[in-house]
Design a binder for this molecule. Structure first.
Ligand SMILES: *Cc1c(COP(=O)(O)O)cnc(C)c1O
Length: 452
């Protein structure tokens, strides 16, 4: 059995269930949770975590789960990755907070320098740092409106951009994200996404872009558009990968119209898809990029990075926040980026995809319930449907996910119709462990779905 170094003691890389799931200690904590934590905060697994690292999460009863979720695409470098632990420990002992806007520190600047290096395009760039993905998206909209003097923001079907008031408006799905939380922010316009599995067969990326942008021109007016905001591969929406040429055509339209092309790479960024960013695969260069999730090995940090002249369009004091670019989070980000380079985690993501895609395609052949297998690198999903149709099957999706959890594999669901199983392993997961997790997924599908 292999072990990984996690900053603490080495952690055995294995799937091992030693109690019922959840075990007695998790059950006791669950009772406390129910009494003290607001029930609106959702939960995927009923187990409480004691340690995690590499490709495993170990609960308080000693059960060791294979992690195909990474805390929702966050711990790409692994939990408690050694360089992250070391950097954060050093920083926490030196100082924990001064507020960058009061007395600055090098870490914040160094993170912005790294963001300028790793994000798409070799133009002059600047960044501002925040705490959450939603906060980064909100600030990208602020910058876009200020820089263009326009108000309209165009977003897509199936989009997810967060849970704050503005980002709820930008997010497509009502339940659970928006229901009853209105009124929402104005000047947000939604158009169809390129969704190859559900679009008319053969629709090209250029055609899907023309469908969306035609609506923008007729209903919004190109000259009113501050920004077109898009996830280059959609996250919560179900890992929808637009048809080739779609992003390029949208970016080209933005350039011609004076609107900013804003890539929300919060889920797809930082090596997840086998490149630094998902936009890289098609050579698309956004005007602004939002990042968060995988940026800092699990510490809360987010950023807006963009063309220097756009980022500098905002008056002094117009951007910021008390905690934004916290020194611990910046230290963690620098260590995470260093880890991504040292371990070639973009290459690791491509290897993960190369292992997963053929296995999932084979599973698709064996059962009638997998309508689509898609994704890139270590951002892979299957869409579950009723056999012989494209009708979504969210109940089956839920049963398969629960079976995986019961067998010691953490998987997540997604999709507008709740019928997508998504896989986001830490990029440091071992190939043997990954293969074992796929065996569990295979068996769970076999148990809950009829053979083709
Ligand atoms: C998760 C996510 C967000 C929101 O990030 P939070 O840190 O949860 O606020 C925004 N956009 C995308 C694409 C995401 O995946």
């Amino acid at each position: 059995m292999t072990h990984v170094l996690t900053g603490g003691a080495p952690l055995a890389q294995q799937r091992r269930l030693v109690t019922e799931v959840p075990g007695p200690r998790s059950l006791a904590l669950l009772e406390r949770r129910i009494a003290a934590v607001a029930s609106g905060v959702g939960g995927t697994l009923p187990v409480f975590v004691e340690r995690a690292g590499g490709g495993v999460v170990v609960d308080v009863d000693g059960n060791s789960f294979i992690d195909l979720g990474s805390g929702i695409a966050v711990v790409s470098v692994g939990n408690s990755a050694p360089l992250v632990v070391e950097a954060v420990q050093e920083q926490v002992a030196a100082f924990t907070h001064t507020c960058f806007m009061v007395t600055p520190y090098e870490g914040y600047v160094a993170v912005c320098e790294e963001l300028a290096r790793v994000t798409p395009g070799d133009h002059a760039k600047k960044s501002a740092l925040f705490n959450s993905g939603a906060e980064a998206v909100e600030n990208a909209v602020k910058v876009a409106r200020h820089a263009t003097g326009r108000q309209a923001v165009v977003v897509f079907d199936h989009a997810y951009h967060g849970r704050t008031n503005l980002t709820m408006a930008l997010t497509a799905k009502n339940m659970p994200y928006k229901d009853g939380f209105g009124p929402f922010a104005p000047e947000i316009y939604r158009v169809p996404m390129s969704y190859p599995y559900r679009d008319e067969p053969g629709m090209t990326g250029a055609q899907a872009a023309a469908r969306a942008l035609g609506l923008v021109e007729s209903q919004v007016g190109a000259r009113n558009v501050a920004a077109v905001l898009i996830e280059p591969i959609q996250g919560e929406g179900g890992f929808v990968v637009p048809a080739p040429g779609f992003l390029t055509a949208v970016a080209e339209w933005c350039r011609a119209s004076g609107a900013l092309f804003v890539a929300d790479e919060i889920q797809s960024g930082f090596c997840r898809t086998g490149d630094w960013f998902a936009c890289d695969a098609e050579g698309v260069v956004p005007d602004l990029v939002t990042t968060a999730k995988g940026i800092a090995g699990g510490l809360p940090l987010s950023a807006v990075t963009g063309r220097a002249e756009l980022m500098d369009a905002v008056h002094v004091g117009g951007l910021g926040g008390t905690f934004g670019g916290n020194p611990l989070a910046c230290a963690a980000a620098l260590a995470s980026i260093q880890t991504m380079r040292a371990l070639d985690l973009a290459g690791a993501a491509r290897s993960i995809g190369a292992t997963m895609l053929p296995r999932l395609h084979a599973l698709q052949q064996r059962t009638g319930v997998i309508g689509d297998v898609r994704g890139r690198g270590a951002m892979i999903a299957v869409e579950l449907v009723r056999p012989g149709t494209k009708d979504p099957d969210p109940q089956l999706t839920g049963r398969i996910a629960q079976e995986c959890h019961a067998q010691g594999v953490i998987v997540l669901t997604a999709g507008t119709y709740g019928n997508v199983l998504r896989f986001l392993p830490p990029l440091v997961i071992g190939q043997e462990l990954l293969a074992e997790a796929l065996d569990v997924v295979d068996a769970a599908v076999a148990e809950h779905a009829p053979a083709a």
